[in-house]
Design a protein around this ligand. Structure first.
Ligand code: GDP
Ligand code: MG
Length: 724
């Protein structure tokens, strides 16, 4: 009878492969060699429910990176012969180390069954393992066995044959290796797929990972297949190596290994593994984790860390922000002195300096926030935050991996929803992923920070850190509630288990922090100089043209005549009235502009939430990019005041303006936090969700929702008497 099913046994040396192989095949064995090498190849037959199963005992390996002959042989067999299933035999008494190989099988994508061997030894050592939980988390069958006595073998083979007969295609698991490596991996995968580089043998991500791990065999195959591309990929690897060495003092291979262990660790920490004895033999990282991820202490530490972060950033940034503000004020005064009044001057002062300067004014704050965030990320603490929040997220129909997407989007203030939306790729369930990527833009990204800092600093100066913490928590609460709503309505479905990489704690190097901080800050500055500059100019045009209407110009002209005729040239009342008339004229010009018309039109409903027409213009600009909100407010108010406005004086202007009060600013903050994602994010959502409809959904749903919430809060505030 010919074998219908072919399976392979893979595992670390001494995990019990040969014992299992002998127990299954008995005398029906055949020993040979793998082609070209002196590694022994054992094949045998096993009969299960009338089906013949061919079993191949692979050489024992700790990894599937081709560093040794055994590794090459094992890997070649798996990709070349494509057995339907691989039984990964794992020593239960050394679970953590043994699962390292498993992670690579998952990344390869081959259907896998885990045989949890040596359960007797584990039991003797006081180790207990929840196989069912482990199976759920890894998303593969896990069968406890004792190969030496044959216990559990029938069940193992039943599950194996079941899986083999299901004949599902290979599915590569995506393990995250941290921001730096993931980014390079994505870029490499794109190139690999575009050129079909080795894709007949390996999945593109696998190839990219192995190149980063400096895999010897891939080098030969790669050079033979497409030398120029191989060399290009090599340069990408070198660039990343240089980068990680500078920032983390380590190489991609080591980072990859760390994250694989982190992935295993987070599984074992979820109640899969418990020791009866031996608790004192924990590593430093484990000891730290006993405190920082403790059920009660952990969350308290987390809130304290966030509060400290905000104290640190707001406290240290006040002074340098004032300097930058002074600089732009000086620049404005300079331009005012040397240039004659006219459209060009208005463009430079009200469009460019107020716009770009308004955004750049916040660089010190952004930079410190990024630095704090880089510290939390590089130290490994962020992964623990995700781990702790997983339990809460589950209640809302999300997933521990959603936490990372939120944090990347600005969950701790100062991220960006674009990489956040892309980070949802690690979610296996489509519904969980959609719920995450639609709510991730609710986080306080770096672009929202300036307007938040402006409004908080203007109206709640005494409680900046506390207020920021409050808004952070609010953004999470709202995102979770909306996610729950989506999961109960349009995205109904089950949840999947959570597994997350938990790298060991390490103290970030100062140099690494500086580099990571600078990279992000520089991107922010570049954006101010390009996209924001462009949008600011566009907004300025919309706010300047078609210009003041004939009637309004006529009225102003008449009043001016009355004043000049009624008072002597040196009279101070005359000066005051003329200045007032000037700003009235500027305001009328803004009202009569294209943007003004839209803003005034929107006032018909926006008054419900307390927004005046100038705010409406700014919010409209914010759909293009959130940074533009501050700069447009700056432009809107500096057009009413020909002296120009920097962020400090914008704050003063707002406090003095009619129609502005703390309640309005709260309402506005809420709206800004939750309304339409910026244009780039919308494009990204549409692309990741695979349909333009989801992009449109996020624009209209979020804006409607934000407006409803802002109105509710504003009206409630008025009702309670906070409007004054
Ligand atoms: P391989 O290197 O993976 O082929 O491992 P072997 O099958 O040679 O097993 C290594 C050692 O572990 C041998 O001494 C086996 O007898 C022993 N062994 C294998 N399975 C079990 C088990 O389930 N329980 C116990 N106590 N010992 C086992
Ligand atoms: Mg053996």
């Amino acid at each position: 009878m010919a074998a219908e099913i072919k399976i392979a046994l893979a595992g670390n040396p001494n995990a019990g492969k040969t014992t299992l192989f002998n127990a299954l095949t008995g005398a029906r064995q055949h020993v040979g060699n793998y082609p070209g090498v002196t590694v022994e190849k054992k094949e045998g037959l096993y009969e299960c429910q009338g089906r013949m199963v061919k079993i191949v005992d692979l050489p024992g390996t700790y990894s599937l990176t081709a560093y040794s002959v055994e590794e090459v042989v094992a890997r070649d067999f798996l990709v070349g012969e494509r057995p339907q299933v691989v039984i990964n035999i794992v020593d239960a008494a050394n679970l953590e180390r043994n699962l390292y190989l498993s992670t690579q099988l998952f990344e390869m994508g081959i259907p896998t069954v885990i045989a949890l061997n040596m359960m007797d030894v584990a039991g003797d050592r006081g180790i207990s393992i929840d196989a069912k939980k482990l199976s759920g988390l890894l998303d593969v069958p896990v069968v406890p066995i004792v190969a030496r006595t044959g216990q559990g073998l029938d069940e193992l083979m039943r599950q194996t044959v079941d899986l083999a007969l299901r004949d599902r295609p290979w599915q590569a698991a995506d393990i995250s290796y941290g921001a730096d490596v993931d980014q390079t991996l994505l870029e490499m995968v794109e190139k690999i797929e575009a050129a079909d580089f080795l894709t007949d043998i390996y999945t593109s991500r696998w190839t990219a990972i192995k190149l980063l791990e400096v895999d010897g065999q891939l080098r030969e195959k790669g050079e033979a297949a497409n030398r120029p591309l191989y060399e290009e990929l090599g340069r990408m690897v070198e660039r990343l190596s240089a980068h990680t060495f500078k920032t983390l003092e380590t190489y991609p291979e080591a980072i990859i290994a760390d994250y694989r262990y982190g992935y295993i660790k987070s599984i074992l920490m979820q109640g899969v593994l418990s020791h009866k004895y031996d608790v004192n033999r924990l590593h430093t990282s484990d000891k730290i984790d006993r405190v920082l991820t403790h059920r009660f202490v952990g969350p308290l530490v987390m809130v304290a860390v966030l509060f400290a972060l905000y104290q640190f950033t707001f406290g240290l940034s006040t002074l340098p922000m004032a300097w930058v503000g002074d600089f732009f004020a000086l620049l404005t005064r300079g331009v005012n002195q040397i240039m004659a009044a006219g459209p060009l001057k208005s463009l430079i002062v009200s469009g460019i300096i107020a716009g770009v300067g308004g955004v750049l004014g916040f660089v010190p704050l952004i930079m410190l926030m990024f630095m704090g965030l880089a510290f939390l990320e590089d130290s490994g603490y962020l992964a623990r935050v995700a781990f702790m929040l997983d339990r809460i997220f589950r209640v809302f129909g999300l997933h521990g991996n959603s936490v990372m997407a939120y944090i990347v989007s600005g969950g701790i203030a100062g991220g960006c929803a674009v990489p956040g939306v892309m980070a949802t790729r690690t979610l296996r369930s489509r519904r969980e992923r959609m719920a995450t990527l639609l709510t991730a833009p609710f986080m306080n990204c770096g672009a929202k920070l300036p307007v938040m800092a402006l409004l908080i600093g203007t109206f709640f100066a005494k409680y900046q850190a506390g207020f920021m913490l409050f808004l952070t928590i609010l953004s999470w609460v709202v995102a979770l509630l909306v996610a729950k709503f989506l999961r109960l309505t349009i995205l109904k479905g089950d949840s999947t288990p959570f597994v997350m990489e938990m790298p060991p704690y390490r103290f970030p190097t100062f140099k690494g922090l500086l580099i990571h901080t600078w990279e992000k800050t520089w991107r922010y500055i570049q954006k101010a100089g390009t996209v924001i500059l462009g949008i600011s100019i566009l907004m300025w045009v919309m706010m300047s043209y078609p210009g003041i209407s004939k009637d309004d110009a006529q009225t102003i002209h008449q009043q001016r005549q009355e004043i000049t005729e009624g008072f002597a040239p040196g009279d101070s009342t005359r000066q005051r009235l003329l200045a007032k008339l000037d700003s009235q004229q500027a305001e009328l010009a803004l009202r009569d502009s294209a943007a003004g018309h839209i803003g005034i039109f929107l006032e018909k409903i926006s008054w419900l939430a307390g927004f005046n027409w100038r705010s409406n213009i700014a919010l409209l600009g914010g759909v293009a990019a959130k940074e533009v909100i501050v700069s447009t407010l700056g432009t809107a108010y500096s057009m009413g005041d020909k002296n120009g406005v920097d962020s400090a004086s914008l704050a003063r202007t707002l406090v003095a303006s009619p129609g502005w009060n703390p309640m309005v600013s709260i309402s506005l903050l809420i709206f800004i936090m939750f309304y339409s994602p910026c244009f780039i994010t919308v494009v990204c959502i549409a692309r990741e969700a695979g349909s333009w409809r989801w992009g449109l959904f996020s624009i209209f749903f979020n804006t409607g929702f934000a407006f409803g919430l802002a109105t509710l809060v504003y009206q409630l505030g008025l009702f309670l008497g906070f409007g004054g």
